[in-house]
Ligand binder design. Structure first.
Ligand SMILES: Cc1cc2nc3c(=O)[nH]c(=O)nc-3n(C[C@H](O)[C@H](O)[C@H](O)COP(=O)(O)OP(=O)(O)OC[C@H]3O[C@@H](n4cnc5c(N)ncnc54)[C@H](O)[C@@H]3O)c2cc1C
Ligand code: SF4
Length: 613
């Protein structure tokens, strides 16, 4: 390891690197840093550009976001000619049964897959929200307990120490008292790296009004409780962390990795102007000299022998915008790690025609369908301040009802009606131009009107679990290629009645809560919305949550999975598929904390393979 010359002086082929990692998102960054620090020679190939790694570049991204008409997750980031990213503005329904290929994705399912991701060094976490919930223990045993989905090959207890490590790496702000529910346990002296982000004025108002009221659940009454949400966002480092040594946010030395305290700029998705939120550029800043990163290099093929056995190498295409791309180059290593995100990992494997004996690659694609209900409070509630969400209701994430319908969690959202109606811009437009209500306001009347109405806006966001279905999948098809001639992801997606029944249960909740709060319900779902669906005659519109999960799930046997519990590919012993693609079920927590915890489990296996201990 480390010395790549042939010790025998010739004859034996020596791999170019110890490890090649495909993708420089959060998974690639953490693995590269850890393996590089071990003395391993690592090459990272990243499809997107290295943008945002200097103060000037980061500010340019902020400026691009501020100047964008549509403030969607990818709006701050540069889209290279040869590595475009999917964009939520391109999500379309099927028309007359014809697949929609409006953007990078080709959608051929009954409903559109509505999430995006970002191909850039740093990956999709450049524009994530940073909610960092642990899964609840029963999520790991969904099949045994509720007869739905599958069991994981590992338990919560096996992952508990890795969760703590992940909370350290991402710098999670939370309090144990608020997070110990539904069987989630912590060591006796555990504290999170940073104290919880304070609940917003809206959170406090809702908690004061509804805490202790009940909803029917599992044949009894469940008491509602608003809890603060754990977030990878700088608050105040906890002085009690690490046995009283305190916590120092990692990467917090010098712009643009400064990582100031969250100051409520309210643009966490898609970019935090002061880097209060964790993003993988902070980890890239910690990567040492054993790691070489090549950006604008798209891995195009996994080379194999057409049967189970070691991967032989990778091919990648180096490109510069405006110039013809290079011919594919080849690289070899002792170990290969695909860290390209669940959809790109599956696409690369399928496009390389790797052995797929049990036909699981690309299948079981999941997301959290996300339904928003919005309303207006009778009084000013301080909308548009602070991070998007600082509290939620978590107690509905588990129960025996999961035998019949999806569990969900409910976010309380601080940014008014932004995602649902494009507020406050649409409010201004309606007030100025009139929208049939005869407004046409200007001057002080306009200011008074906006000051009266906009701060009363609030919304609830519901994230539902989705069962792994073989039909929800990523495929490749030679009719749909990108500018490099590589396959684009062809996606089939649907939302089953289990999840739709969860939506119906959430409707009862939001209607009850709006009534208790004295709020005026403004929720509207239109058949023209791409994610419009109905259940029991009632309409819903779901959006994507960006939680792209499944596609190379882990299990205890090749017959039921693509990778083992260490994310090693069953069919290729020198290939690891690491990331949310390995999650066998999605349950109700945002997936990236679990994904990060799993990285530290995978490192145990990688270090064994590399002889590091
Ligand atoms: C709007 C939004 C909000 C989110 N908020 C949250 C949240 O609050 N909490 C949470 O837990 N999760 C959240 N997520 C999800 C989170 O961002 C992802 O789970 C996480 O980024 C996945 O990490 P990854 O490294 O596996 O993939 P990515 O972050 O997608 O990175 C993969 C990288 O690999 C590169 N790559 C891919 N294929 C190739 C190839 N063939 N060759 C070379 N390079 C390649 C890509 O360019 C990319 O840079 C959110 C996602 C979105 C879209
Ligand atoms: S609220 Fe603002 S400062 Fe805080 S994380 Fe979000 S964007 Fe950054």
């Amino acid at each position: 390891m480390g010395d790549r010359t042939d010790p025998a002086g010739g004859g034996i082929a020596v791999a170019d690197y110890d490890v090649v990692i495909v993708g420089a998102g959060p998974v690639g960054a953490l693995l590269a840093r850890e393996l590089g620090d071990d003395g391993t020679q690592v090459l990272v190939l990243e499809a997107g550009p290295a943008a945002g790694r200097t103060w000037a570049e980061y500010q340019a991204n902020v400026e691009q976001y501020l100047g964008s008409d549509a403030k969607v997750p990818n709006s701050p980031y540069y889209t290279p000619q040869y590595a475009p990213s999917p964009n939520v503005l391109d999500i379309r329904k099927l028309k007359d049964g014809v697949p929609s290929d409006a953007g990078y994705f080709v959608q051929k399912g009954p409903l559109p897959f509505s999430s995006d991701y970002l191909r850039s060094q740093g990956g999709t976490m450049l524009h994530w929200l940073a909610t960092c919930l642990r899964m609840v223990p029963n999520d790991f045993e969904q099949q045994s307990r509720y007869g739905k989905g599958v069991d994981w090959p590992i338990s919560y207890d096996e992952l508990r120490a890795h969760y703590a490590r992940a909370e350290f790496e991402l710098g999670v702000s939370a309090n144990v008292e608020d997070q110990a529910y539904l069987g989630i346990t912590f060591p006796e002296d555990y504290v999170f790296p940073m104290v919880r982000i304070p609940p917003s004025y809206l959170d406090q108002h809702i908690a004061n009004t509804i805490n202790g009221s009940t909803v029917p659940l599992d044949g009894g009454d469940a008491k509602l409780l608003v809890s603060s949400t754990p977030q990878a966002r700088n608050s105040i480092p906890n002085p009690d962390y690490d046995g009283g040594k305190g916590y120092r946010p990692r990467g917090a030395h010098g712009a643009p990795y400064e990582g100031l305290r969250c100051e409520g700029n309210s643009s966490c998705i898609p970019i935090c102007p002061v880097q209060a939120k964790y993003n993988p550029l902070k980890t890239w800043e910690q990567v040492g000299p054993n790691v070489e990163v090549r950006t604008q290099c798209v891995v195009s093929q996994v080379l194999h022998l057409g049967k189970a056995g070691p991967v032989q190498g990778l091919e990648y295409i180096d490109y510069t915008d405006g110039a013809p791309p290079s011919k594919p180059e080849r690289v070899t290593a002792d170990l290969y790690i695909l860290a390209g995100g669940s959809i790109e990992n599956a696409k690369l494997l399928l496009g390389s025609d790797v052995p797929n004996t049990y036909d699981h690659i690309g299948r079981h694609l999941m997301d959290h369908p996300y339904v928003i209900a919005w309303a207006s409070m009778p009084e000013n509630i301080g909308a548009f301040r602070g991070p998007s969400s600082t509290s939620g209701i978590e107690i509905l994430r588990d129960g025996s009802f999961r035998s019949d319908r999806a569990a969900f969690r409910m976010e309380i959202d601080n940014w008014g009606w932004d995602f649902c109606t494009f507020a406050p811009y649409t409010d201004v437009e309606a007030a100025v131009h009139g929208n049939g209500n005869g407004k046409g306001l200007f001057g002080s009347a306009l200011r008074d009107h906006l000051a009266d109405t906009v701060p009363r806006q609030f919304r609830f966001g519901f994230l539902y679990e989705q069962l792994p279905s073989r039909g929800n999948r990523v495929e490749v098809d030679n009719r749909y290629l990108d500018a490099l001639g590589l396959p684009r992801p062809v996606i089939t997606y649907d939302v089953d009645t289990y999840t739709r029944a969860g939506m119906a249960a959430s409707r009862s909740l939001w209607e009850k809560l709006f009534a208790v709060l004295g709020a005026e319900d403004h929720t509207k779902f239109s058949p023209t919305d791409p994610g419009y669906l109905t259940h029991d005659g009632k309409p819903y519109t779901y959006h994507g949550a960006g939680h792209n999960v499944g596609t190379h799930r882990m299990g205890d046997h090749p017959e039921n999975s693509v990778v083992d519990s260490y994310q090693r590919c069953w069919e290729h012993e020198n290939l690891y598929l690491v990331g949310c693609g390995s999650l066998p079920t999605i349950a109700t927590s945002n997936p990236s904390l679990t994904m990060t915890a799993l990285i530290f489990r995978t490192l145990e296996s990688l270090r064994d393979d590399l002889g590091i201990r």
